[in-house]
Ligand binder design. Structure first.
Ligand SMILES: Cc1ncc(COP(=O)(O)O)c(C=O)c1O
Length: 411
């Protein structure tokens, strides 16, 4: 996002201009807002511009449009979604995803899976293998309480440990094998090693084989749709062959999960692929906006940016810049930096712990201390993890307060 033109396109895609807010607005704290809510629903109308900042907001119209667009796309392509909750860590959003037609939800960590299942989500696939005795115990306890819990394994040793723990707990654990697309992050090598692992899982007394997953994270942010398509299909080819080997030997291939927001409209071209684990599509962010899509090579406009941070100007005493209250602790250090919504001439840097610096060469108007601005987040997952709650907003009015119940659940 270095040249001005794509940046302007970003901002256009980001929608309406910033709203001028008089400095006299109340600035409701999180506690005050919670006291106005009953079962998360707000009883009194409050404008989002009245919130104390930094505040994390999700625009309901944009969120719902993203859910709809994703479901329509996968339905057209004959596959399903199993969205990753590592993005939002929020049971309310997971429920909306299930209501929109998803077949289940993914979790990255056992603590995240616990939160989702304990909040009533019924089918949760944990995509990271559990390798320590304590995590394996937690996973078995979860499986004992929730029949819809599925976990990944990527080595014969781990599969044996899972099976022993399941037998000791008197249960059968449901397992998918995690196949490495070549990134060498997690996953077993495709082909014979993966097949043998699947055969082992199928034989072990405490396990039931439910299929496989292969997540190609390295392709999600490749710029240009054709480049992304070529790369991910090439990387998934060995996993597709592995699935065919499993099928030929009579093993379960009921799940072949993978993919994400960058490849959701490509993954179905992998034979036997069943569901996309996309996470970021619900919110979008500056990193994803930059990759370009099938119909728009400059801006990835398949989904709308729904997640924003409200920030307040603290100081405007220097020409061409203002200081705001949203720095690294509100925005993370990820880049590209957050995008100032509706202000094409402004660049934002969140590089200081407590402060953001906003520079402008072409402001639509000048800002004063107390004024508020709205930022499209840089990378949605780690930003969400900084907040206890997000405000669900429609037409700039706060409609509900959603707890980010799995916030900080990184164990
Ligand atoms: C295993 C796995 N699946 C799915 C996703 C979702 O990807 P995205 O947020 O790019 O849609 C991630 C994200 O890192 C992941 O690690």
């Amino acid at each position: 996002m270095s040249d001005a033109l794509p940046r302007r396109r970003f901002l256009q895609s980001a929608g309406a201009a910033a709203v001028w807010v008089p400095t006299t607005v109340k600035g409701y704290s999180a506690e005050e807002m919670r006291s106005r809510a009953l079962d998360d629903e707000l009883q009194v109308e409050v404008s989002k511009w009245e919130l104390d900042t930094p505040a994390l907001c999700v625009d309901l119209d944009a969120l719902e449009a993203n859910l709809r667009r994703m479901q329509e796309a996968v339905a057209r392509n004959g596959i399903a979604t199993r969205p990753h909750a590592k993005t939002h860590k929020c049971p309310q959003i997971a429920r909306l995803q299930m209501e929109s037609g998803s077949v289940g939800i993914c979790a990255a960590k056992v603590s995240e899976a616990e939160v989702l299942l304990e909040h009533g989500l019924q089918s949760v696939l944990m995509t990271t293998p559990n390798v320590t005795p304590s995590k394996i115990q937690r996973a078995m306890r979860l499986r004992a309480r929730h029949g819809g819990f599925i976990q990944a394994t990527d080595s014969p040793e781990n599969a044996r440990d899972l099976s022993a723990a399941a037998v000791a707990a008197g249960i059968t654990a449901e397992v998918v094998i995690d196949v490495d697309p070549g990134a060498h992050r997690t996953g077993i090598a495709p082909g014979r090693p993966a097949l043998e692992l699947a055969q082992l899982v199928d034989r072990l007394p405490g396990l039931r084989l439910a299929g496989m997953l292969c997540y190609d994270g390295g392709s999600q942010h490749v710029r240009g749709f054709q480049e992304r398509r070529a790369q991910t299909l090439a990387r998934l080819e060995p996993a597709v062959e592995t699935r065919a080997m499993m099928l030929r030997t009579g093993l379960s291939t009921e799940i072949f999960s993978g993919g994400g927001t960058g490849t959701y409209n490509i993954d179905h071209a992998n034979a036997g692929f069943t569901d996309v684990q996309a996470g970021s599509y619900v919110f979008m962010d500056a990193q994803y906006l930059a990759i370009g899509g099938a119909t728009d090579p400059e801006v990835y406009s398949d989904f709308e940016p729904s997640l924003t941070i409200l920030t307040t100007v603290l100081n405007s005493q220097h020409e061409g810049q203002v200081t705001t209250d949203a720095g690294t602790k509100a925005c993370t250090l990820n880049q590209p930096w957050p995008i100032v919504k509706g202000e094409a001439g402004m660049t934002y840097r969140a590089g200081s712990d407590e402060f953001g610096t906003l520079r402008y060469d072409d402001p639509s108007r000048t800002y004063r201390a107390g004024d508020k601005l709205e930022l499209i987040v840089s990378h949605c997952d780690p930003v969400v993890n900084l907040y206890d709650q997000m405000y669900a907003v429609r037409n700039d009015r706060v409609r509900a307060i959603w707890q980010i119940a799995a916030r900080g659940k990184s164990v």
